[in-house]
Ligand binder design. Structure first.
Ligand code: SF4
Length: 468
């Protein structure tokens, strides 16, 4: 994906009862790399029951090599790719987090964001907790261990008690010497799937990683569920009876890989359907449809199919401009998008273009693309967005700017269109989004402000934090 001012906050993976577990995890993390590029790590349990870890800042290919992977022996492992949405970057926040404890070592990985982390951190620090990191993921470990528990008592009880104290979006994998605990928040914000592999099990943020390693999809983890995986197989407990399923709509719209299925809906099929519905809701007289690569190509194909217009590759993405690309001056930064995306002049010159994009955050990227297409000779550029207007920040693990920086926060449709210099602009409706996935149990808070959880700050505090 090119950087569209919108970043997911991590991908998690775990495997139990499978030979060469760390190697399997390494391949799976490659498939989840789109969910975070700042750092990654793997912890495995060796035959003596010792938990070993390799982690570092950078891409999976930069952090791991044959030598350090060889230190991760055993049939059980968990892994993580990180984009920091909470807590600073830095090696201490790269996961898995590993804890040495007299009741048994354990490690954990987390995707999501806790909305009551500030309150819980204070509560724990007041009782003597010393945190190793600024990441909210560490809070769960301290909550699990805050009370002395019977050495041979069931570990699931303190885990379930701790899960009931945290609020927000999370999927956690907790790994001990003998088992994995797979936990999903009671709203089900983030996707989380279980597969079978060579007599063992694999769990992943996305099914694309299960396919990569040859695992057979079994099912999704339910909102509010804790699944235990060990030599007994799979066992399930609900830690919460609360039911308001609110799957993050942006997972379908932008984050997840098109070959992933989220709760039995394929991501490519969802996006293609949004494109078709977008044409029904906002048709335009034009010559060609151009999708913004990569995440908008499915929606563009749906728009083209429904409208009968040719779907052309009018923009090319430079796949080799990476995270570490240095743009030292403002002038170079202004040219940044052009380095990542280039128009195909022979296709766009003299054409009336329907430009399909999945979403608009700040609008600076859209403006640059519109200008770029005009400079390449496009006669008209009509922007069609395969999601509603983003008017609110996300508190659930998606780095989505602050209120005042969002293009559509305080602008009308006409003003937004003018700001990005398009000939026309239209967004998919919320109903269109529901229709595309045949489901209405989605979180749409960044579009409509209906946050499924309490935010643990008054709206005035949220507003002042976000300076609007
Ligand atoms: S606010 Fe938006 S990005 Fe955040 S979880 Fe909800 S739908 Fe996803």
């Amino acid at each position: 994906m090119y950087n569209k001012e919108l970043n997911e906050g991590c991908g998690v993976f775990g495997v139990w009862g499978v030979p060469h577990a760390a190697e399997v995890t390494y391949y799976a993390l490659h498939s989840l790399q789109h969910r975070g590029q700042e750092g990654c790590g793997i912890v495995s349990v060796n035959d003596e029951g010792w938990l070993n870890r390799v982690k570092g800042q950078g891409l999976v290919t930069e952090v791991f090599n044959e030598d350090n992977l060889a230190t991760l022996q055993g049939n059980s492992a968990i892994g993580h790719v990180r984009y920091s949405t909470h807590g600073a970057g830095g090696i201490e926040n790269v996961q898995p987090l590993l804890f040495r404890h007299n009741s048994g070592d354990f490690a954990l990985v987390h995707n999501g964001n806790l909305v009551n982390s500030a309150q819980l951190r204070k509560y724990l620090e007041d009782r003597g907790s010393l945190f190793q990191s600024t990441s909210d993921s560490e809070i769960l470990a301290h909550l699990i261990k805050k009370e002395p528990v019977e050495r041979n008592g069931p570990r699931i009880i303190p885990i379930m008690e701790a899960l009931n104290m945290i609020e927000g979006a999370f999927v956690f994998i907790i790994m001990t010497q003998h088992r994995l605990y797979i936990c999903r928040d009671k709203y089900g914000f983030r996707p989380f799937s279980i597969g079978k592999l060579n007599g063992g099990f694999a769990v992943s943020s996305e099914t694309c990683a299960l396919s990569t390693i040859g695992a057979e999809y079994v099912r999704d983890v339910e909102p509010g569920e804790v699944v235990t995986i060990d030599h007994h197989g799979l066992r399930t407990r609900m830690y919460s009876d609360y039911q308001r399923h609110a799957m993050c709509a942006m997972e379908y719209i932008y984050f997840a890989r098109p070959d992933s299925d989220i709760e039995n809906v394929n991501v490519h099929a969802f996006r293609k359907e949004t494109g078709k519905i977008l044409w029904q809701e906002a048709p335009v007289d034009a010559d060609i449809v151009v999708g913004v690569p990569d995440s908008s190509l499915s929606a563009a194909s749906g728009y083209a199919e429904a409208s009968g217009l040719p779907n052309e590759m009018g923009l090319i993405k430079n796949k080799y401009i990476g995270r570490t690309f240095i743009q030292p001056s403002q002038e170079m930064r202004d040219k940044g998008v052009k380095m990542k995306l280039s128009p195909v002049q022979s296709i766009v010159c003299g054409k009336r273009i329907v430009l399909v994009d999945d979403s608009i955050v700040r609008g600076t990227t859209s403006l640059r693309i519109v200008r770029m297409l005009r400079a390449a000779g496009a006669k008209e550029v009509h922007l069609r967005i395969a999601s509603p207007m983003i008017k609110n920040p996300c508190f659930y693990g998606v780095d989505m700017s602050v209120h005042k920086e969002l293009l559509c926060f305080s602008r009308t449709l006409e003003e937004a269109c003018k700001a990005i210099e398009a000939d026309s602009l239209a967004f998919l409706s919320e109903e269109g989004l529901f229709k595309a996935g045949h489901r209405a149990d989605l979180c749409l808070a960044c579009f409509n402000g209906d946050y499924p959880t309490a935010l643990y700050s008054s709206i005035e505090e949220v507003k002042s934090e976000h300076k609007f």
